[in-house]
Design a protein around this ligand. Structure first.
Ligand SMILES: C[S@@+](CC[C@H](N)C(=O)[O-])C[C@H]1O[C@@H](n2cnc3c(N)ncnc32)[C@H](O)[C@@H]1O
Length: 454
């Protein structure tokens, strides 16, 4: 691979004897990986692929998965470059925490956090770019999250609305992306010797707002996919100098993950607690990760909780549907936005000032005199008591193509979650022996045995 000349000069100087191995790694094949979602069933096809475990992740494997497969569409697997998996492992939230993923699209780290929050607490997942937030929404939906709010905000607006609110904040910062060069050589065209410093200026702005949102005792996890010291060690050195209330926590170093390099910043030996992932030392593309605890003491007045907002008719239609389906959801605040019913995590405070992309799980839509459940509710139904009907792979292929299909005998009438290999795949409506199709029109595709192999 033809790396930029100034890039070569810079890393020869920084890495010394190690530089040739570092440069040689750019000509090696890209490492692919995937995570399994422990909140979903494991299909036989997944088991067959889960042979080469990523040593520092409890749920990560080397290998490639297909975006058209049942497992991917049902949120049972997520394709992720192996070094990026360290971030979710280091950030690993505790149950019931309030977590913010500030730079979140397309959702690699968000889905990782969801696997560990296990539907408890609150995840606010934010993407500033309106074009990228849709992909984040799709991935959160596939993961069946009941505890997530998706925002499309600037860090400054979020900090104004939610000061001192979060137990844990992940800043997976926009960066110069040097760790992406091997996977995506086009990324090199944005690179110039000044680019890391430009990115660092933006990262300092993002971190300045982030600090305002942390609870005393809260954790900040900062990561990049670049090797540039300006955005890595020097960013954490700046943070520690500017906010002495932060303390670095050590990150376990296994499988070729190494200490960050204090000498690439201000020499503060504490910086070695952060981690570097280099492609010549481990099986991955490259990353930098730091974990810090915040000893600030700013007291923040509790935010106002959100309240149910339903008309009497909407309340009646929802109650009728829930009764018919014997549906017992975890506590959610119910609000109708237009005809759509949302279940908002109870820990989310009033958010009128924020640009919300999705206020919580979209539970369904009020039609004239009835309630129609959503695709998102089906995908969140793994542990919910809802009528379910197992279908086989041939029927699933018909389903994702938008076709109705026939049962061999009459099924229980009404809405039912269709499952394939124990994974919920969407709603169907059983009428006699026919299953009417409620797979979202925008997601339909021509599935074959070949193009859906995991
Ligand atoms: C490294 S990517 C995030 C990848 C994501 N965490 C994942 O694992 O899939 C960084 C993101 O930060 C967003 N971003 C760019 N400028 C930003 C800013 N000023 N504040 C917050 N986010 C920003 C980008 O749009 C991009 O989606």
């Amino acid at each position: 691979m033809q790396l930029p000349a100034e890039f070569i000069t810079k890393y020869k100087k920084l890495l010394g004897d190690e530089a040739p191995a570092f440069f040689a790694a750019f000509d090696e094949p890209v490492e692919k990986g995937f995570r399994v979602n422990p909140l979903k069933a494991t299909t036989p096809a997944m088991t067959a692929k889960m042979t080469d475990a990523v040593p520092y992740s409890q749920i990560g494997y080397y290998g490639k998965v297909n975006g058209n497969s049942l497992e991917h569409l049902a949120g049972a697997v997520y394709s992720q470059e192996p070094s990026a998996m360290t971030v979710g492992e280091v950030a690993r939230p505790k149950l019931n925490e309030r977590v913010l993923d500030l730079c979140a699209a397309p959702g690699g780290k968000t889905t990782h956090l969801l696997s560990y929050l296990k539907q408890t607490g609150l995840l606010v997942t934010n993407e500033i770019n309106p074009k990228r937030v849709t992909a984040l929404g799709d991935n959160v939906e596939r993961y069946g999250a009941l505890n997530t709010v998706i925002t499309n905000e600037t860090p400054a607006h979020l900090a104004k609305a939610l000061p001192g609110f979060f137990d844990r904040i992940l800043v997976d910062a926009p960066c110069s992306g040097e760790g992406m060069f091997r996977k995506d050589p086009d990324a090199m065209q944005y690179w110039s010797p000044d680019y890391p410093a430009e990115c660092a200026a933006r990262q300092r702005e993002i971190l300045t707002e982030t600090v305002k949102m942390l609870k005393p005792g809260g954790h900040l996890i900062y990561s990049t996919c670049t090797f540039a010291p300006e955005e890595d060690e020097q960013m954490i050195a700046w943070l520690l100098q500017t906010y002495p209330e932060f303390e670095l926590e050590p990150i376990a170093k296994t499988a070729g993950i190494v200490d960050a390099k204090p000498q690439w910043a201000d020499g503060n030996p504490e910086l070695a607690k952060a981690a570097r992932l280099f492609p010549h030392l481990m099986r991955g593309e490259g990353h930098f990760i730091a974990k810090l605890v915040y000893h600030g003491t700013t007291a923040v007045k509790p935010a106002k909780p959100v309240r149910d907002e339903l008309t009497p008719l909407q309340r009646k239609l929802w109650a009728k549907f829930s009764d018919q389906q014997h549906l017992a959801l975890p506590p959610l605040v119910l609000q109708a936005h237009g005809d759509n019913l949302y279940g908002i995590p109870v820990a989310m405070p009033v958010t009128r000032k924020l640009k919300i992309f999705r206020a919580g799980i979209q539970l369904g839509t009020f039609k004239k005199n009835r309630f129609e459940p959503s695709y998102a509710l089906a995908l969140a139904s793994d542990d919910l008591a809802l009528p379910k009907l197992a279908i086989d792979h041939d029927q699933w292929e018909k389903y994702v193509h938008g076709e109705t299909f026939q049962l061999t005998q009459t099924g229980a009438a009404g809405f039912t979650v269709l499952t394939c290999d124990e994974l919920p795949v969407g709603f169907g409506k059983v009428v006699g022996r026919t299953v009417k199709n409620f797979f979202p029109k925008g997601l339909r595709f021509l599935a074959t045995d070949d193009n859906t192999v995991l």
